[in-house]
Design a protein. Structure first.
Length: 180
């Protein structure tokens, strides 16, 4: 890696919501705290959460696909999450979270890791469009796919207004219920 390894995550056995993201970005690498950038602001808005509630490990686990900042590509974007650390530690960490009732799959890497291959058609848009089938709120352990909250996806959000009008109200209600 182009810098020292600095695993960044948040978890406690009592957490009821698990947010599985891509990998810490450059700002998270510097701060040691996940989602400490504009994508974190957008994600908290999607969830209807204040910063203090979002960073309460007793309620919310933040588990990345790659635990360390992977560096940047030639265009300034983040490289894909590295596998070494996640393959070693993710399953062990998730076993320590027995109370998780809602898992949010943020972006394609998390969705490919967790969802059945038959659901992975049409990229992130195709997956998120199937949110009702994937979410199915009848069970105790629910899963909700989300696009990455990066500013790079602002166009996606504008082209898919159903995301904000249909999916986000259901998500916010579930999050509020779990945290009440």
């Amino acid at each position: 890696m182009p810098h020292e390894a600095r695993p960044i995550f948040q978890a406690a056995p009592s957490a009821r919501i698990c947010i599985v993201g891509q990998a810490p970005g450059a700002r998270a690498h510097l701060s040691g705290r996940p989602f400490t950038d504009a994508s974190g602001v957008r994600l908290r808005a999607w969830l209807g959460l204040a910063e203090a509630a979002f960073y309460d490990a007793r309620a919310i686990a933040l588990i990345p696909m790659g635990f360390c900042f992977p560096g940047n590509d030639a265009h300034g974007g983040d490289l894909p999450p590295r596998r070494e650390c996640a393959e070693t530690w993710r399953a062990l960490l998730l076993k320590q979270l027995p109370e998780i009732e809602l898992t949010l799959l943020v972006g394609q890497y998390a969705q490919k890791w967790r969802l059945d291959r038959k659901l992975l058609t049409g990229g992130v848009t195709g997956v998120v469009r199937q949110w009702r089938e994937i979410y199915d709120d009848r069970g105790r352990r629910r899963v909700m796919p989300l696009p990455h909250p990066s500013w790079r996806n602002t166009g996606w959000i504008k082209r898919n207004p159903w995301f904000e009008t249909e999916l986000l109200p259901v998500l916010r209600n579930d999050v509020a219920t779990l945290l009440s």
